[in-house]
Design a protein around this ligand. Structure first.
Ligand code: TUI
Length: 295
């Protein structure tokens, strides 16, 4: 959610009873600090920051988050083990994203507070397992709360995640189309127009597979894969592409990272409305199922 989950959206989500998370991606530390300050101006509610561990700025960002005493740090695309003591000493809860049971167990042994088990339906960097298969396996393997992510965008998805043993859900793609989300309008349009098979995973041969909405750039990545191009060519083609899409609105040659549920997102709505829809939707389904079971 780098360049997508910025201060306005984060504050709106936290104000509406969720936990807004700033996506820091590969952004420079000064940008992250400004975002943190802006959220603090907009809300007194707790919020978090996601640190993408492949970023060259990851360590510096962790240090500034310790100074800023944010409530929660989530991590993606790696193992945050070496930062745990630093973050815990500052009273910050650490919730890594995992895409396998092995990493989940390792991180729980090193003392993380909870986990986000993310299936490969999600947008951006993905693992191999689906949410349906991953979440119950992680739930069975660890004794910390598990939050489900990947392929969840409405009450049905949330209810299903709770049935799998999750304590909560993390959603990204639907919030691209939140009113408060500052991405370029063309990105919101592309998500709203997406159909079921419009996302694709590129970059598998590099070891960093990424789910994106199909466009010219995705086709160029597939061409590199077809001719087994060296890693440097992927890297060169990928530099700066997320910002190019999300901020500049280049939906042809930018990287429009979005999950498979893009096809289910049909309108731009305030974050509060999205959260209410998901939570009341889940409550209604669960109540209905309980009635059926009791009958
Ligand atoms: O991290 C994400 N989503 C992302 S990161 C990103 S930017 C990017 N830039 C260059 C290459 C790749 C991505 C765009 N979207 N989601 C959380 C997530 N983390 N999904 C899967 C993982 C993950 C995968 C492997 C976490 C840890 C891991 O293994 C680490 C280890 O040490 O075993």
């Amino acid at each position: 959610m780098a360049w997508v989950s910025t201060a306005e959206l984060v504050a709106a989500v936290s104000e509406a009873g969720g936990l807004g998370i700033i996506g820091s991606g590969q952004a420079p530390p000064q940008w992250v600090r400004e975002q943190v300050h802006r959220v603090k101006e907009l809300t007194g509610k707790p919020f978090g920051v996601n640190v993408m561990l492949l970023s060259p700025h990851a360590e510096e960002i962790i240090r500034l988050l310790v100074e800023e005493r944010v409530a929660v740090v989530t991590t993606g695309a790696g193992n945050p083990g070496k930062y745990l003591n630093l973050l815990h000493d500052a009273g910050i809860k650490v919730i890594p994203v995992v895409s396998s049971v092995a990493l989940a167990k390792r991180l729980v042994r090193s003392g993380v507070d909870a986990l986000i088990a993310e299936g490969m339906e999600s947008g951006g960097h993905v693992g191999e397992l689906t949410t349906m298969a991953l979440v119950p396996q992680v739930v069975d393997a660890v004794d910390v709360p598990v939050i489900a992510a990947g392929g969840i965008c409405d009450g049905r998805g949330m209810a299903a995640a709770l049935m799998l043993g999750a304590e909560g859900v993390q959603m990204g793609t639907r919030f691209i189309c939140a009113l408060e989300c500052t991405v370029h309008e063309r990105v919101k349009d592309m998500v709203i127009k997406a159909r079921d098979r419009d996302t694709i995973v590129t970059g598998r041969p590099t070891g960093h597979p990424v789910r994106v909405l199909k466009n010219k750039l995705a086709k160029k990545f597939l061409e590199l894969e077809d001719r087994c191009a060296p890693g440097e060519e992927f890297e060169k083609l990928g530099v700066g592409r997320l910002k190019q899409a999300m901020v500049d609105g280049d939906t042809d040659m930018g990287s429009v990272m979005a999950g498979q549920v893009a096809a289910m997102v049909r309108q731009v709505q305030p974050a509060r409305e999205i959260i209410n829809d998901v939570v009341t939707g889940a409550e209604n389904i669960i109540r209905h199922i309980r009635c059926r079971v009791v009958d």
